[in-house]
Design a protein around this ligand. Structure first.
Ligand SMILES: C[S@@+](CC[C@H](N)C(=O)[O-])C[C@H]1O[C@@H](n2cnc3c(N)ncnc32)[C@H](O)[C@@H]1O
Length: 278
């Protein structure tokens, strides 16, 4: 069978399902499943694939048609310049989050000691340590399965010797915060809206990674409350936020005494992260 026929058939199916980037997803599936490069997929119009390749592809296309996200099908994600393992216990890192790392690099914000709360797969810290070669990071999560994956990813990406892992509820196990910067992409979806999210999210990302309480802001209040109690002067705080939460989170940061608050947009030009100083 010609590869172009397989692409055409599944493109129609993916479009019927309303997937956002159907052709991009199909090309990714072909590359990851049977190793045919994007160049060959595009330029070798007559390329024929064999029965075993067709069967392998069909299996993956079927999974995707059931709305399982590619990250959970292939159990991995490309995040900036690193590759991360994901599984059913971890939030799949999103491209939106990459902007947190880029903001720190572009603002020439320098630091040696990072504290990351709710690390999930370790995406933010591993990516930062990959850039800041002498920095260290303490990473936390309430999920021990997430901590396990973060450590596995750190070993794979060679940042493990500069990372320390703690399983705990936000800042409950810290007596002081001797860090230069605290970073977090906490759960920020309004609880009552979780059921309306795409199946890819509400079925395949752990509920604990999404649930931001009745107004989506519970984690910011909890973390900032603890920072007020034990944070040291000049500690930088960087949060990812929902695109419509900037003013609410800025208000909470103000309320808890943070200063010099700045909001940064992501690559779709939507407010995506907020920086402040204790
Ligand atoms: C939106 S995910 C972000 C994961 C990762 N930092 C990223 O950007 O891909 C939120 C993370 O916070 C963790 N989390 C939720 N509640 C927590 C709590 N009370 N204390 C610590 N971590 C928590 C979840 O397990 C999840 O890994």
């Amino acid at each position: 069978m010609k590869l172009s026929e397989v692409i055409e058939y599944n493109l129609k199916k993916f479009k019927e399902l309303g997937l956002d980037n159907p052709l991009q997803e199909i090309r990714y599936i072909i590359l990851e499943t049977i190793g045919i490069s994007l160049e060959d997929q595009i330029f070798k119009k007559e390329l024929v694939i064999n029965k075993s390749q067709i069967l392998k592809l069909e299996e993956i296309f079927e999974e995707r048609k059931k709305r399982k996200p590619l990250s959970k099908i292939f159990k991995k994600v490309y995040f900036r310049d690193i590759i991360l393992s994901v599984n059913e216990h971890t939030f799949s890192p999103r491209i939106d989050t990459e902007v947190l790392i880029d903001v720190l690099i572009q603002q020439k914000i320098n630091f040696k000691n990072i504290l990351e709360l709710g690390t999930g797969t370790g995406a933010i810290s591993i990516s930062l340590l990959n850039h800041y070669k002498t920095a260290k990071s303490v990473v936390t999560d309430i999920s021990k399965e997430a901590i396990y994956i973060a450590k596995k990813n750190a070993i794979f990406n060679k940042t493990n010797n500069r990372m320390h892992y703690i399983c705990c509820d936000w800042l409950s196990c810290f007596k002081n915060l001797n860090f230069d910067i605290l970073i977090s992409n906490p759960p920020y979806i309004i609880r009552s809206e979780i059921k309306n999210l795409e199946v890819e999210v509400n079925k395949y990302d752990p509920l604990i990674s999404l649930d931001g309480g009745y107004d989506g802001l519970a984690a910011y209040r909890k973390i900032l409350g603890s920072i007020k109690a034990i944070g040291k002067k000049n500690l930088l705080v960087l949060f990812e936020i929902g695109f419509n939460q900037a003013s609410q989170v800025a208000d909470i940061m103000n309320e808890y005494g943070l200063e010099k608050i700045q909001v940064f947009n992501d690559y779709c030009n939507l407010p995506r992260c907020i920086l402040g100083k204790v």
